[in-house]
Ligand binder design. Sequence first.
Ligand code: UDX
Length: 442
Amino acid sequence: MKISIVGTGYVGLVSGTCFADVGINVTCVDIDEKKIENLKNGIIPIYEPGLETMVHNNSEKGRLSFTTSIKESLENTDVIFIAVGTPPDEDGSADLKYVLEVARQIGKNMNHYMVVVTKSTVPIGTAQKVKAAITDELEKRGVEVDFDVASNPEFLKEGNAIEDFLKPDRIVVGTESEKAEKMMQRLYKPFLLNGHPIIFMDIPSSEMTKYAANSMLATKISFMNDMANLCEIVGADITSVRKGIGSDARIGNKFIYAGAGYGGSCFPKDVKAVIKTANDNGYSLRVLKAVEDVNNDQKHVLVSKIKEEFGYNLDKMTFALWGLSFKPKTDDMREAPSLVLIDELIKMGANVKAYDPVAMEEAERILGDKVEYGKDPYEVLIDADALIVITEWPEFRIPNFKVLEKLLKNKVIFDGRNIYDPEEIVENGFTYYSIGRKPFKP
Ligand code: UDX
């Protein structure tokens, strides 16, 4: 089989590389010449564990190639995936200009049957727009070429993307023809071992599935954060409550961790987009609006705790920040709670010294020298008034309390991810603020 993937962002590059890894001939396309040049030389544009080696191995075996030309990639292709960006425009709806431009390029250049698959997260109805754009171009050319459109949303998590792609919980495909369904079934056969299902449905349902999945996950998080805030007020501990409810199989113990709010490239954008889709159709998604509100507020929760400890005047104080990325194992800073926190601290006159194992370069691109960056977790503690943990990187989990005590001016830790055992922190003489439980003082 031969496939093409347009867009070498997160989804496109991971998908292309994983398809190549199971022996499929893959051409990845991007308009960014520099990116393609780099990829040809094995330099990848994102941080994702394992990806670089996999790109290298599959390129070497000749199964994975890169080009800037959609036309070139269409040669002998059975399936072409559109995996370009759909950035939110001002009103929150996904901007389809890149997706539809790719569709037009396909229409201008296709000469044989293929399945055109939307893999980017796109609003309901997009596959039909893709179909119309291709048909329009074919008509302009005065040629008739048979093709099908399909929708195949991606559920991969940053930091775990390869594993998620190779061993998916499920593959969702929306089609409108048996021919396309057969083609997609064949393409995904190598990933269907161990009983992972491929679920076929109509195209609008497939497009909707992606939004519903991310909305449900965002809802779980906001629900837990809301409960966490109430736990603090009534003297309960959200980590115990989490265990108490998570052992009910109907609720499940995954994705119910209270924290400093969700971020990333998907949840905030998709929640906004689906609320907008509902509004456009005269319906109000009341639950999701609350999910969004809770999350926006949750990103400020650590600042409230800092004020509780140090008062409202943080002028000239310095805070050491562990973590910058929106979650561990990625350098992605999009919608990261750290950005809101840093902004507030600076507004209140404080200085921030930050350390992140991989996201500092990316953070510097956004924040410039508003923040001081450290070489390691302990360097940023020198002369800092307190430590704040906002991303739960594994290397922050067992801190050296002796060093912490020596370097910090005050023995205070604010933990936005509940990674520490309060007893241990207090035994070491520190005051400990976390999420959804009372402050612990020695
Ligand atoms: C998410 C979806 O999981 C994935 O299926 C979809 O394809 C894209 O969006 P990702 O953005 O990589 O993936 O991150 P994820 O691991 O899901 O975490 C999202 C955010 O939720 C992070 O900010 C994380 O810190 C937060 N989170 C997650 C919590 O606050 N609590 C939890 O229990 C789980």
